[in-house]
Design a binder for this molecule. Structure first.
Ligand code: ATP
Ligand code: MG
Length: 399
């Protein structure tokens, strides 16, 4: 008898993983200039010289991580063929939600002998962690490239970028060489470093520009070719996904997401081709999925404030002052059995963060001599969507 899965076959996707977030392409397309700059910045490694420090900038989804992985693989292979090069160690770390202590500790643990006990999670200082890192680097010798992806998420970048790049020149290490590669999607990142770091870092900067529609088409066509069953993905689907993503900041990740979700939509509808109509349907699903992730990343109180603003928006009570928002927020917190934040200042700080992140709109009000100056806030999103997402998050938490 036919079971519930018996009619499912590979009608659309041949290798869906090629359209997934963690798939690393073997080929990088449309990034020749960036690759060329990267190549020159890394060439010292081939001759046993101290590597340059490199900082990569560019908005989200522009290939910074993918290009870096590609370059590191290529460099490893090349170094094996070059007699002048030292042994190469590449350490790739993602700094999201990490502290300088935890990333240095991770590095130390990677370098420690297998039998050694791990570097402690607590109880020692960041200076202790650096000291152990230098011991381990010298124990191994060779050249170490340390990639700090999403470096702007770290708590104390100044310390990291003041310490590591100078390790050799001030004699912390003698038998090894270190190069730092930092990746950030925050262009103001460099300006925020302390003056002494700016002066000592001497890094090569590589900036990644947004992809245009034609570049995205090339990238997508290549992925579609491998991911879909032959002949299933119509050119109109690739063109549409590329056009949508190009308009919205040239993000390749978004373009690939649209193609994957477009394929899922076609499959669900039992269509045997993916075309632009499926991509148009995918657009809303992708946007919503992205918004859900962004809301989920916020603290509980920030989420409760977003929910509060969505209610106020629905009842046409926005823009609202922080005092009004605070009163409503207390009721919302209460409905989720959460103890609310008590000070107006803490609410205002959250509102200001939510504004900076693009969730809220803020208007500056000036009531003349008597009223003073204050801000009013309203939701910069569809309130129904925010409330739906909040319900989904709450159900996940407490099914
Ligand atoms: N030139 C390219 N050729 C092939 N695939 C690419 C290219 N650029 C980006 N991609 C793909 O697009 C997606 C996003 O790229 P990546 O993760 O490298 O972006 P990013 O710049 O690191 O973004 P973020 O700042 O959000 O970390 C990945 O799946 C990556 O494989
Ligand atoms: Mg990245």
């Amino acid at each position: 008898m036919a079971g519930p899965f018996s009619d499912i076959d590979r009608s659309i996707f041949a290798a869906k993983k090629i359209l997934s977030e963690d798939y690393q392409p073997d080929q990088i397309l449309e990034r020749d200039e960036e690759i060329d700059e990267y190549r020159h910045a890394l060439e010292d490694v081939l001759f046993g010289r101290t590597p340059q420090n490199i900082m990569l900038y560019g908005r989200t989804g522009l290939g910074k991580t993918a290009v870096t992985k590609y370059m590191m693989d290529a460099l490893r292979k090349e170094v094996a063929e070059r007699p002048d090069a030292d042994t190469l160690f590449v350490h790739e770390l993602n700094c999201n939600k990490k502290t300088v202590y935890t990333v240095v500790r991770t590095l130390v643990n990677d370098l420690l002998p297998e039998t050694a006990s791990k570097f402690p999670k607590r109880g020692l200082s960041t200076a202790d962690a650096f000291e152990e890192l230098y011991n381990q680097l010298d124990r191994h010798g060779g050249t170490h490239l340390i990639v700090f992806d999403e470096i702007d998420h770290l708590d104390d970048i100044d310390t990291l970028l003041y310490e590591l790049p100078r390790a050799k020149s001030i004699g912390h290490i003698t038998d090894s060489k270190v190069g730092v590669i930092g990746i950030s999607n925050n262009y103001t990142f460099r300006q925020e470093l302390s003056p002494k770091v700016k002066d000592t870092l001497m890094e090569t900067e590589i900036s990644f520009r947004p992809y245009n529609a034609s570049e995205l088409r090339t990238i997508l066509a290549d992925r579609a070719n491998h991911a879909f069953v032959d002949g299933v993905c119509d050119d109109s689907a690739v063109a549409r996904a590329a056009a949508i993503a190009a308009k919205d900041r040239g993000n390749a990740r978004q373009a690939i997401d649209l193609l994957r979700v477009g394929g899922e939509v076609a499959k669900r509808q039992d269509d045997d081709q993916v075309d632009d109509s499926h991509i148009i349907e995918a657009q809303e699903l992708v946007q919503r999925g992205r918004l859900r992730n962004r809301i989920r990343d916020q603290t509980q109180h920030a989420q409760l404030l977003l929910e509060t603003l969505a209610y106020l928006e629905e009842q046409n009570e926005t823009p609202a002052r922080s005092k009004t928002i605070k009163t409503r927020y207390e009721t919302v917190a209460d409905s989720h059995a959460v103890d609310p934040l008590t000070t107006l200042k803490s609410i205002q700080n959250h509102l200001s963060d939510l504004h900076m992140l693009g969730f809220l709109q803020r208007t500056d009000r000036n009531r003349g001599e008597s009223g003073g100056r204050y801000y009013e806030y309203s939701l910069d999103l569809d309130p129904d969507v925010v409330l739906d997402i909040r319900r989904e998050i709450e159900t996940e938490r407490d099914p």
